[in-house]
Design a protein. Structure first.
Length: 519
């Protein structure tokens, strides 16, 4: 049954929902309601496909599974090639799981152009899943860049007062970096003669060329993460985006940068990755410490969580470029955990924003008295963001730091300060919003979580706690792929080092022969 194109169906099923929504006609309210239900049903069907494939995925194999391959642009040698390994399967499931959450989160808050809004989210889901499934570099680029279009519209049309500025800033930042990545992919095509990702991994280019290509690819993925200092688009995008836009941006779109490092930088440019690892460590430490300090002084809840995302992504890049099993697995787990926790935190901000229509921290306080359910849920996600043992946030940060300690204890020590700073700004946020005197009468009148909001947040609470107690349900799927990646990386770096040693010995021998001849 696996000859059936399951990946293609899952990837393009959201577009079928877009087509049906496009054909809906009638009264504006009826069209909006039908569009909501159609988008929700389509995203749930897509999630069902993703869960089915995750359950059928063979955790003992490191190879790509559910593969599909056919000619796309035959004269150029480009192929339509899809497949997933343990790493990409995880992010496909995350994308499929957060999309219905975002649609439900928008159920009451989006009032205008509801039909177009739901279509934009389904198109976004198609591109997100396609990015993680693509095994052709140009096909990957098409999906990777396609994400920009619906996200640009979601921020620019349904965002806040400065939505147009934020949308253009998001678009231009990410597009500029991606142009350099396209040049790198075209260079690889010319050098190796193929755009097939598994083939490119098995045929690395010369070291000098690797250095330039690594920098070009790094420019794109670093902006997407985002890494310091190209992170400035993120706080603006988060603040102006609607709640669901912030959830999907933090939950999935930022993870495309980390996924790119795992799929391109480490396996295709292993020597360059080793060479530039100290640079990545330095940028990661600055991101962790600097953005944590900036988060401490924020007065806007969304902006604080946005800066915390940059800090948490610093742990991801730190772990990945240690090129150790603990570090890479920690980086992957941290991306999954952050996708759940950060998305849930933005949902929590959306809950109180819908009631009071402000994100200013000072306008709240003491809401534990009238919103005890909300205070409990918000506390769990806050502690998960802090990295409390027993939550998913602890596992990712701990493994990333453990991998860093294996490589450089000084780097790990500096990175560990981010855990302390993270506790400071998140607990300060929680205390100011949930506890203290109720000086704002409007905040004191806010109702507690309704059934729809509980249905949104409860599954994420369960996942955050479940993954914190039993992380092996993820690790058993990821470990074989990580082991294969690191084995390839070590072989390439080791053979390159051995070749360099032989060249040095050869040069030394020639120098001795010349000296002997002169004597």
């Amino acid at each position: 049954m696996f000859d059936f194109p399951l990946l293609s169906i899952m990837t393009f099923l959201p577009l079928a929902g877009v087509l049906i929504i496009l054909l809906i006609r009638g009264d504006e309210k009826v069209v909006a309601q039908n569009a909501k239900y159609m988008a929700l049903y389509t995203s749930l069907f897509t999630l069902a496909f993703a869960v089915f494939m995750y359950l059928k995925f063979d955790p003992s194999s490191a190879d790509f599974q559910f593969t599909e391959q056919s000619n796309w642009l035959a004269p150029l040698g480009l192929k339509y090639h899809l497949g997933v390994d343990g790493i990409s399967m995880l992010f496909v499931l995350l994308s499929a799981a957060l999309t219905p959450v975002c649609i439900l989160a928008s159920w009451e808050s989006i009032k205008k152009r509801v039909k177009e809004y739901m279509m934009a989210f389904l198109v976004l889901e198609c591109f997100m899943i396609g990015t993680f499934c693509a095994l052709d570099s140009i096909l990957f680029y098409v999906f990777f860049e396609g994400v920009l279009i619906p996200m640009f519209l979601i921020i620019g049309v349904w965002g806040g007062e400065r939505r147009v500025y934020s949308a253009y800033k998001f678009f231009l930042y990410t597009l500029l970096g991606s142009v350099l990545m396209l040049l790198a992919l075209l260079t690889l095509y010319v050098q190796v003669g193929t755009t097939d990702i598994p083939t490119l991994i098995e045929n690395p280019v010369a070291r000098d060329l690797q250095l330039w290509l690594w920098l070009a690819v790094f420019a794109s993925f670093a902006v997407k993460m985002p890494m310091w200092p190209v992170h400035t688009w993120l706080p603006d995008a988060h603040v102006e985006a609607p709640t669901a836009g912030s959830v999907i941006l933090a939950g999935v779109l930022l993870k495309m940068g980390g996924y790119g490092f795992l799929r391109f930088s480490l396996p295709m440019f292993p020597e360059a990755s080793e060479f530039f690892a100290p640079l990545v460590f330095g940028l990661s430490i600055v991101a962790i410490i600097y953005t944590s300090l900036v988060a401490l002084v924020q007065e806007d809840m969304k902006k604080l969580i946005a800066y915390s995302s940059v800090a948490h992504m610093g742990f991801v890049t730190l772990g990945i470029f240690t090129a150790t099993r603990y570090g890479v697995e920690g980086g992957i787990f941290q991306m999954l955990s952050h996708g759940l926790i950060s998305g849930a935190l933005f949902l929590c901000v959306g809950v109180v924003y819908d009631r009071l229509h402000t994100r200013e921290i000072a306008r709240y306080g003491g809401i534990v008295k009238n919103m005890p359910k909300y205070a409990t849920v918000f506390m769990i996600f806050t502690l998960g963001s802090v990295g409390l043992p027993g939550t998913s946030g602890f596992v990712g940060e701990f493994l990333s730091l453990l991998g860093a300690f294996q490589v450089n204890t000084v780097v790990a020590a500096f990175a560990a300060t981010g855990v302390i700073l993270g506790a400071a700004y998140m607990l300060l946020l929680y205390r100011r919003v949930v506890f203290g005197p109720q000086e704002n009468k409007d905040a004191a009148k806010m109702p507690d979580l309704n059934k729809r909001e509980i249905a949104l947040l409860a599954p994420i609470v369960v996942l955050v706690l479940w993954l914190g107690v039993s992380p092996n349900i993820v690790m058993e799927k990821v470990s074989p792929s990580v082991e294969k990646l690191l084995t390839h990386y070590e072989e390439q770096v080791g053979s390159a080092a051995q070749s360099n040693d032989l060249d040095e010995l050869h040069e030394m021998g020639e120098a001795e022969m010349l000296e002997g001849g002169e004597e």
